[in-house]
Design a protein around this ligand. Structure first.
Ligand code: MN
Length: 241
């Protein structure tokens, strides 16, 4: 029986999206040892204000992930722009492995770069400045030191702000920058990239130094779930309704 490797992103789990939570729990509970690795490429949560936040569905998700890692499935998490404050306690509790953005794996013999995808959206300079600020360890430490109620209120504020900002930006600005994509392939000397973030699922082909490089964009989980499923024979997309 051939081994499977799964990739998902952009579930945006929150108390407001119980169907997505249920779909994700059902999906995790359906997995067995035929799946060697599950890669979660960011924005699993719509917001994460600290590992001490007991707001549903946080505990349910942690418990379900722990059951899966107990079965021997390797689960990996690469943070997105919504859940970059997922911390050590989360990883200790779930035994999920934390990956840095721009992580390289060997996917059935092909060097494959994994990203959330926001780093590719360099046309959005305002967002890139915000990203730099919020990825500063001192900023994160100060943010996490605030009382939980204040962090929850701040997260609410950022979500509204982000929603308003998006309305004022063209869809081109919020998509990946082509030159940045090419530079990223070149920097990592790879011909395959898998990322999420833009919610524009597609397989793109880019010409990189005379070779065809493939870029898979994962789908968000909104009306249905979506899993990029790889085996040694190739890939297919699994939809979960
Ligand atoms: Mn994102």
């Amino acid at each position: 029986m051939s081994q499977h490797v799964h990739f998902i992103s952009d579930l945006h789990l929150s108390q407001d999206r119980p169907q997505t939570t249920q779909r994700f729990v059902d999906y995790l509970e359906s997995l067995d040892a035929n799946v060697s690795d599950l890669y979660i490429l960011g924005d699993l949560f719509d917001s994460w204000v600290g590992d001490d936040d007991p707001t549903p569905p946080n505990q349910l998700i942690k418990d379900t992930l722990k059951k899966l890692t107990d079965l021997g499935v390797h689960v990996h998490f690469l943070a997105g722009n919504r859940d970059f404050l997922v911390g050590q306690q989360f990883f200790d509790d779930t035994q999920v492995q934390c990956l840095e953005d721009e992580h390289i794996i060997d996917l059935f013999g092909t060097k494959t770069l994994l990203m959330h995808g926001d780093l590719l959206c360099t046309d959005d300079t305002e967002y890139q400045q915000f990203r730099q600020l919020t990825h500063n360890p001192a900023w994160q430490q100060a943010a996490l030191a605030k009382p939980l109620a204040e962090r929850l209120a701040l997260a609410q504020h950022y979500r509204q702000q982000s929603h308003l900002n998006k309305q004022g930006k063209s869809s081109e600005i919020m998509d990946v920058n082509e030159a940045t994509v090419l530079n990223t392939f070149d920097k990592h000397q790879t011909l395959r990239l898998i990322h999420g973030h833009t919610h524009r699922p597609k397989r793109h082909i880019h010409a990189v130094n005379g070779d065809d490089a493939e870029r898979f964009v994962l789908a968000e989980w909104v009306d249905k779930g979506s899993v990029l499923d790889w085996t040694a024979e190739g890939y297919n997309t699994i939809e979960l309704s």
